[in-house]
Design a protein. Structure first.
Length: 602
């Protein structure tokens, strides 16, 4: 906490009148508070102020997860909310869209508030660096660039969520005009360009590498610039102004420019897809920028630097609690189907309720990434059998139907990427489990897929095919080390040139590959919105997904079959409204008349 010495108390006169032992009000109100840092002293330490801004990267919680898993995945065709039922947390409205309002989920207000707390720290750091930067020597420009990188990162998240947000920078902070700053002062494009300006400053001033892990560098700034320009290149996000007919070729060229820096850097594809999501490989060459997390044994604290954003997403009865949120959909599983090693674009949903069973291979084969992404009953959980007690006897078993909390609503699949192996334990437990998994903000393959997307839209179809085939080759090589038990279920092939002989074909394959590679990494909805296909994709998904069916075995070997997905019966995505989330009710009425609500919301 940072505060000035208390100078004003609203009821000071009343307090003084009642306190006859005090000789004057000033004697009382000039007392220096204890246990806090004087703001003037804090602001004179720019390095520490920047560290405080970095600290906010991981200062989130399941009700305001900065990785946006409810808003980027649960809102899409990749994931269901999970948990004990539709009333467990307030995220249900996000997965069905039809009940989404400015006050539901109320978690949105927490997210908005904490993003602006993070931006406030960035602004304070910038003011501190401007006034006391001489203490930093030749690192002054670098530290300023880091502060602007962090501010742009948080603003990108805000614009992703709400489109119209107030731009509060260090000048607004210094002038105390936060409550006079409107959210509609800038268009979507103007706001994005302000974010781009911060990232460009970072790109120009940051070194290619930093001596300390976790700090932003030039390559991370290049990757984020590419992401910003790719977002802008398709339109403003609303379907009427977004999609193929609205593509800005100049912005696509900027994507190519900045992704080239990443391609030519020391970052690269990690050899096995499964390794990307194991704690021992965090900060590998795959990680361009990530939020850092750790075990308590690493830093001798009670909790460590745990990843609290994903604390609900552990599998039921696997962790100390395991609240079983962030559940993969059948539609996502079906997307991994292959025929002759290639995706089944036209009929992947023809037989909707199809899934692999360990040890019983069929003619239906699967992209290997399925078994790194989705926990499926009968298969080991995150590459390991689980120690379970069945009828008083300890056994080592695969994932079973017992490991789902409410299968009649959410089925039996479970998420894998954001959790470590069970044998590695938890960072903290009872009643919550939290893990040391880093949160990827930008990973190398993500950036290369951005590059391939820009190549498709600028006409370099062969260049896009090369990148996508490199990614598929890595997936093909990612069987023996971790998922050898599923080898007889896997088949994946590279695309021939004929699959990329038109832009339409190439675009479909790029978009499909992005889904398979980045599944359950919190960005699917934002991809659908960028491409201008959210309403059709999601409404088609709702119509089918409500008829889920799965048959598996319990821990004691009994058959259990459920029908699930009925919560999608009344789901509907409305184009022209749902592309962005409504500004939180509390923010709208905090300073009445200051903010304009997004289209379609009351």
């Amino acid at each position: 906490m940072i505060t000035k010495t208390i100078k004003h108390i609203a009821a000071a006169g009343l307090v003084c009148a009642m306190s006859v032992s005090l000789t004057s009000c000033n004697d009382f109100i000039d007392v220096q508070p204890q246990g806090v840092i004087n703001e003037d002293l804090a602001m004179s330490q720019p390095e520490e102020m920047l560290n405080a801004a970095y600290a906010r990267l991981g200062d989130d919680w399941y009700t305001y997860p900065f990785n946006l898993w409810p808003y980027g995945d649960v809102s899409s065709d990749d994931a269901m909310k999970g948990g004990s039922g539709t009333t467990d947390t307030n995220y249900h409205s996000v997965e069905v869209w039809s009940t989404l309002t400015a006050s539901n989920p109320d978690h949105m207000d927490e997210l908005w508030y904490h993003f602006y707390c993070a931006i406030s720290r960035c602004n304070r750091a910038l003011v501190s660096i401007a006034e006391y930067g001489d203490k930093l020597g030749n690192l002054k420009d670098v530290r300023e660039a880091e502060a602007r990188f962090l501010r742009a990162h948080f603003y990108f998240k805000l614009v992703q969520m709400w489109n119209q947000v107030p731009w509060i920078d260090e000048e607004v902070y210094k002038n105390h005009t936060e409550e006079q700053t409107r959210n509609d002062a800038f268009t979507h494009e103007e706001l994005m360009k302000k974010i781009i300006d911060d990232f460009k400053f970072a790109y120009d001033k940051l070194p290619v590498t930093q001596s300390e892990g976790g700090r932003a560098n030039k390559i991370a700034a290049a990757a984020y610039l590419a992401k910003c320009y790719l977002t802008l290149a398709w339109g403003d996000g609303y379907e009427a102004n977004t999609g193929v007919s609205h593509i800005n070729q100049e912005y696509m060229k900027e994507v190519l420019k900045y992704t080239k820096d990443v391609e030519d850097s020391s970052y690269g594809y990690l050899e096995d897809f499964g390794d990307i999501f194991l704690p021992e490989y965090k900060n590998s060459k795959e990680s361009v920028f990530a939020v850092q997390h750790s075990l308590y044994t690493d830093d001798n604290t009670r909790f460590g630097r745990a990843n609290w954003s994903n604390m609900l997403n552990g599998c039921w009865l696997v962790w100390s609690c395991g609240w079983d949120f962030h559940k993969p959909t059948q539609n996502l599983v079906n997307a991994f189907k292959t025929k002759d090693g290639l995706p089944m674009f036209d009929d992947y949903e023809k037989d909707h309720n199809v899934y692999p069973v360990n040890g019983i291979p069929t003619a239906q084969k699967w992209d290997p990434r399925l078994f790194h992404t989705v926990g499926i009953p009968s298969f080991p959980y995150k590459y390991e059998l689980l120690e379970k007690e069945v009828n008083g006897v300890k056994q080592h078993l695969p994932l079973t139907t017992t490991n789902s909390r409410n299968p009649a609503t959410y089925g039996f699949y479970t998420s894998l990427k954001e959790v470590p192996q069970r044998s590695k334990g938890e960072t903290f437990d009872n009643p919550w489990q939290a893990f040391e998994q880093n949160d990827y903000v930008l990973r190398y393959t993500d950036v290369m897929l951005m590059r391939a997307e820009a190549m498709v839209e600028t006409g370099d179809l062969e260049g896009a095919r090369t990148i996508i085939n490199d990614i598929r080759q890595r997936a093909k090589n990612s069987v023996a080390k971790h998922i050898g038990y599923a080898a007889d279920q896997c088949e994946i092939a590279l695309y021939p040139a004929s699959d990329f002989d038109t832009k339409e074909k190439a675009r479909l394959r790029l978009q499909w590959e992005r889904r398979l590679e980045m599944a359950m990494e919190n960005g699917r909805f934002f991809d659908l919105r960028r491409w201008g296909i959210a309403s059709k994709t999601l409404n088609d998904f709702f119509a089918v997904e409500q008829h889920g069916k799965f048959k598996g075995k319990t821990d004691d070997g009994k058959d259990k079959e459920v029908e699930y997905g009925g919560h999608y019966t009344d789901a509907h995505f409305t184009a022209g409204k749902n592309e962005y989330y409504p500004l939180p009710y509390i923010q709208m009425f905090y300073v009445p008349g200051l903010y304009t609500q997004n289209k379609g919301y009351n």
